[in-house]
Design a protein around this ligand. Structure first.
Ligand code: FNR
Length: 370
């Protein structure tokens, strides 16, 4: 592991916000590992936009609203979810904790949080699934060989995952400059466990062939998404959408919902935040279509703002890794409880007893659904 301290076994009273975990994580992780997790691609324009765009919004407080029947429950893909904060798919979590994604799943179970397990997990998708009774979706990366993609789909179905999340925004990806400067290398014990059955030449790698003749030569196209829809009974969600035309094409072809995302600023640098494109995508796809977003969500207030801009739910990426490094499953559960408690507080003070009551009218700024 790339850690420098054992995770805490109790949560100190001074840990009171999600950002506290981020601050504390540097005491637990080697600098190169921290750089790998925190960094974004290019000059980190998109990474910064994620935080800045949320910070620009203000919430309206509304007085004397009866919130006695309030709750945070939502329905996504026909599934009841206790609160609209999901754990984003984050690979290689064995880097920061010996139980990796299994500990994250235990934290999710303790707080009834839905999780999305990554293709790149360091633990097998079956072991992650077994660690939580809460809703779980599987994040799929297309593999160079169709039979390997299908094998992952069938394993996810058999293990009890109830949706597939296909991530499409990183057919190629480079290590962030921060991680390169810090000399980050993925240790041998952190290789993706779900791909272990595939031969090495059938796994996506950045070879000497360069971008176009390398990874892009086997990158998926729209026809592969159509193929996937014919292979599974699970709802298929696409992650990584930012463009309204792409969003509409997904909806038209039968994709069940979208996760608007710039991959936490780790995909194409220079693209906008998911939050900033959300109102336009919502306007194009209609009120009923499931739209989730991620990137820079660090508090219950941020969750509220995203819901007010038209999201049905949000995903959190880095906070789960920091919480895992600091205090294992307990840390993940506590971090998720902080999100939920803050969201409840915010909903109560904004006069919105349910998630359905949260709308653009809850923000001080005009949000344009064009
Ligand atoms: C990711 N993300 C990601 N996404 C995905 O679809 N599959 C994956 O395996 C990974 N792996 C991964 C590793 C690390 C270290 C990070 C930080 C992110 C992206 C992730 O799902 C999510 O989109 C972002 O992390 C959301 O932004 P925040 O919450 O980290 O700001």
């Amino acid at each position: 592991m790339a850690t420098i301290r054992e995770p805490l076994e109790r949560i100190p009273a001074s840990l009171v916000s999600v950002s506290d975990y981020e601050r504390l994580a540097s005491e637990f992780l080697e600098p190169a590992t921290l750089a790998y997790i925190a960094g974004g691609s290019g000059n980190e324009q998109s990474l910064r936009a994620n935080i800045e765009d949320i910070a620009r919004l203000s919430i309206r407080n509304r007085l004397l609203v009866d919130c006695a029947q309030g709750h945070t429950r939502v329905s996504l893909m026909g599934q009841g979810i206790a609160h609209p904060v999901l754990l984003a798919p984050v690979g290689h979590q064995g880097l920061v904790h010996r139980d990796g994604e299994v500990a994250v799943a235990q934290g999710a179970a303790a707080t009834d949080t839905a999780l999305i397990a990554s293709t790149q997990a360091t633990r097998r998708l079956e072991d992650i699934a077994a660690a939580t009774d809460s809703p779980k979706w599987f994040q799929l990366y297309f593999q160079p060989r169709k039979e390997n993609t299908l094998a992952l789909v069938q394993r996810a179905e058999a293990a009890g995952y109830t949706a597939l999340v296909v991530t499409l925004d990183t057919p190629v990806q480079s290590l962030s400059r921060r991680a390169q400067r810090a000399g980050f290398r993925l240790p041998a014990h952190c290789q993706p466990a779900n791909l272990a059955d595939f031969s090495v030449q059938d796994q996506p790698t950045t070879g000497a062939a360069g971008v176009f003749q390398g990874l892009m030569a086997t990158a998926p196209g729209w026809q592969d998404l159509t193929w996937l829809l014919g292979q599974t009974r699970l709802p298929v969600i696409v992650k990584g959408v930012l463009d309204t035309d792409d969003a509409e094409q997904c909806q038209r072809m039968g994709i069940a919902g979208l996760i608007l995302s710039n991959h936490g600023g780790r995909a194409l640098d220079g693209v906008p935040s998911a939050l900033s494109v959300l109102p336009a995508v919502r306007a194009r796809l209609g009120a009923a279509y499931p739209l989730l977003i991620d990137g820079g969500i660090r508090s219950g207030y941020d969750v509220f703002k995203a819901l007010a801009c038209g999201a049905n739910a949000v995903l959190v990426g880095r906070p789960q890794v920091y919480a895992l490094a600091v205090a294992g499953a307990l840390g993940v559960a506590h971090m998720l409880k902080l999100f939920r408690d803050e969201l409840e507080l915010c909903m109560a003070l904004a006069g919105t007893p349910t998630v359905a009551d949260i709308s653009a009218r809850c923000l001080a700024q005009d949000v344009h659904f064009t």
